[in-house]
Design a protein. Structure first.
Length: 280
């Protein structure tokens, strides 16, 4: 079993396995890990606070080679959490939730996840000890809710051996406070690392309509490479940026070279193929 895997012969039904296998076939090439992000919080949906955690995690997962397939924002409602998280869990390899973890009335993420998976919320003894040790004489009874997790949840430790991340099956339950969210994910991110993506770019001085036929030809010739076309309106030396992304560096280079040859003098410059997040 590879690092970070939650699967076991007794933890999932064959139906859930089949749903995930079917989803993987639709969403990502064979062998590519997929992920979904669930942002939980009325404060995000109402505009009281702007979400920062999804944007951060998008960059992290991309650098790790994980194919992010969905990001959704839902309210602090038990049934919404239950339905959304279990749906994502069945479709993607990894699910990350943000928010709704704490000692107050609107912190219902643990209960929602437990409801979705048909289990209960239970006080985790190891977490309770850590909560009591942290607050000491200052402990208020509601703080103990931080030790309440879906029954059977795993405590995932990274470099921080004091406060673990709570995981239930393939769902990683993270706090909503951006500083804490970042710290906790960074602490465990290496367990998600896989084959990185190779990217390249071509900058073109032409309108998209003028290069659409050439793009169609390159896309047809290189089905393993994702090719994106993005018009730009504030640049001085180019009008369209073309991106190439793939797992095989050779495929990315070949697709880029084919487009450059077809476009000729329309090409202003290009960025050669490079690994995403190689420095992390």
């Amino acid at each position: 079993m590879r690092s970070g895997s939650w699967r076991s012969a007794t933890s999932e039904s064959s139906t859930t396995h089949s749903r995930r296998d079917a989803a993987r076939a639709r969403y990502a090439p064979a062998g590519v890990a997929t992920a979904g992000i669930v942002i939980i919080g009325d404060e995000i949906l109402s505009g009281k606070f702007a979400d920062e955690n999804a944007a951060f995690l998008i960059g992290e997962l991309r650098a790790l080679g994980v194919e992010l397939r969905r990001v959704t924002i839902i309210p602090d409602e038990l049934d919404e959490i239950a339905a959304t998280v279990t749906d994502f869990s069945a479709r993607f390899d990894h699910v990350f939730t943000s928010g709704g973890v704490g000692p107050t009335h609107d912190d219902v993420t643990m209960a929602g996840i437990a409801r979705g998976f048909g289990t209960t919320v239970a006080r985790q003894a190891e977490l309770e000890q850590r909560v009591r040790a942290y607050w000491g004489d200052r402990l208020a009874e509601p703080n103990l809710r931080l030790a309440d997790v879906p029954a059977g949840a795993e405590l995932v430790y990274g470099r921080d051996q004091i406060w673990p991340v709570v995981a239930y099956r393939n769902v990683y339950i993270l706090p909503g406070v951006p500083a804490l969210f970042r710290r906790k994910f960074i602490d465990i991110r290496d367990r998600f690392r896989t084959e990185p993506m190779t990217v390249a770019r071509v900058y073109v001085d032409a309108d998209e309509g003028q290069i659409a036929a050439d793009l169609d030809a390159v896309v047809a010739a290189h089905p393993t490479v994702k090719i994106g076309s993005y018009p730009r309106f504030s640049e001085h030396d180019f009008r369209v940026m073309i991106t190439f992304e793939g797992r095989a560096a050779g495929d990315v280079a070949a697709a880029q070279a084919m487009l450059v040859e077809r476009l000729g003098p329309k090409v202003v410059r290009r960025d050669e193929p490079a690994l995403v997040g190689a420095e992390r």
